[in-house]
Design a protein around this ligand. Sequence first.
Ligand code: B12
Ligand code: SF4
Length: 419
Amino acid sequence: MKITFVQPYYFNIWEALGLAYIGAYAKKKFPGKLRMSFYQGYFDSDSTIIEDGKTSDIVAFSCTSPVFRPAVKLTNAIKAINPEVRTVFGGFHPTAVPNDCLEEEAVDQVIVGEGEEGFLKILAGDTSPIIYGDKFAEFEDIFPDRDLIKNDRTVDLCQELIGKRITSLQSVRVCPFRCAFCAERKVTGVFDPKTNPLRVRDPKHLLEEIRWLARKYSLDYFKFADATWNTSTEKVIAFCEEKIRQKVDLAWEANVHAAFANKEMLKAMKAAGCIQINVGCESGSQKILNDIRKGVVVEKIKKVFQWCREIGIERRSYFLLGMPNETVEDIRLTEKLVDEIQPDIFGITILCPYPGCDFYEPSTMKSYDWTFADEYSNPYWNTKHFTNAELKKWQKYLTDKFSSSLSWHNRLIKEGSDH
Ligand code: B12
Ligand code: SF4
């Protein structure tokens, strides 16, 4: 059976880790012969993708909301040449709005949730339009197929853009939080210690993959793609101790939730070569943090940044404007917090009501084209207190004020608006 996997074009990419897991699992479990190829819109032209797809049995697309339309365009082109090709859509967007995806004539099947088991069902002959992917139980035993997703290309791209050879890994599935603005829980489900616990990889297994990746791609650095990396002190310490014991001398970074962070954990991370933590601070207003179920208090955010400064770990902060109850006073509190914590990298976005988050309202938003709308610059959001233009003004004010430490994406927007 011939399968073409596609990550459609987007200007901001990383390796298609989800497809790498699906490919590895299919190779391991499917009894028949598989010929799998992978294309990534960032590197491969539409014509290359269509050329390969038109002779495949299945063409499978990985979609966040902004890449859904480009994926449909490719699907239509492939089906126009060969209507026999089966087209499968998976990832965050199809998971959040499966029926909307199926309204596109050229979309045959949608997988909701994690893709490994669901895709295997398709290979085994299931032709249902919507397939529910069961929890991927073997996550802790398998390595994603990096050759399939041509991981060397994104590592080379990192080297070209930032001078470091970087790739990312997943160490845990399920996020213990359920923030209102985030679609994370759609794919792996809402955390529940009994029915949907965290699935954490054994540090030995994780380090085996890191060592292998470091050799294979001559890495300088690695990142954890996990939504929340520091899910417990035990997990963090076990990984850091094992990394030191195995003498894996590679620098890294991770997304850290301030509520779960403590000084002991951060010290262990520093000792194990962690260079940077990325923290979703979102707001300096406790009222707003409570509203969005961030699960953290402002004072704790301040402490985490203070500890990291003392310990010598760089700090990246993500902030978010446009929560429904946010007022000028709340934004001023955010500004005050940034002044106080002095992040090394500062990012500020505007809420984007993607399908899958609490703010997505199908009756009014179903027709939105997300292709050019992201949380950095979207025309789709205003609140009772601010118009879209006013939110953008505040974003500009803050990016101007903290311009010396802007994130890459915010710098792009600032440069665009300054010219
Ligand atoms: C790391 C990350 C990034 C990285 C890399 C993303 C990438 N791989 O291209 C960077 C920083 C580049 C990034 C960029 C963006 N991201 Co991002 N990102 C993440 C994050 C934290 C982890 C993604 C990841 O690697 N997961 C690990 C892999 C193993 O899981 P997975 O990709 O979900 O794949 C599984 C399933 O989704 C499914 N699946 C996926 N594809 C397919 C395909 C088929 C055929 C099937 C059957 C199943 C299937 O099966 C996979 C295995 O179980 C997620 C949140 C999260 N915790 O998942 C947000 C998330 C995916 N990102 C999001 C967004 C919005 C973006 C951006 C638009 C942000 C921006 N403004 O630039 C871009 C879009 C990038 C793109 N190419 O589409 C949203 C998506 C929401 C939505 N409704 O679409 C998420 C959910 C976060 C959020 N805000 O809620 N992101
Ligand atoms: S914003 Fe971060 S902590 Fe909150 S649910 Fe999403 S991934 Fe989890």
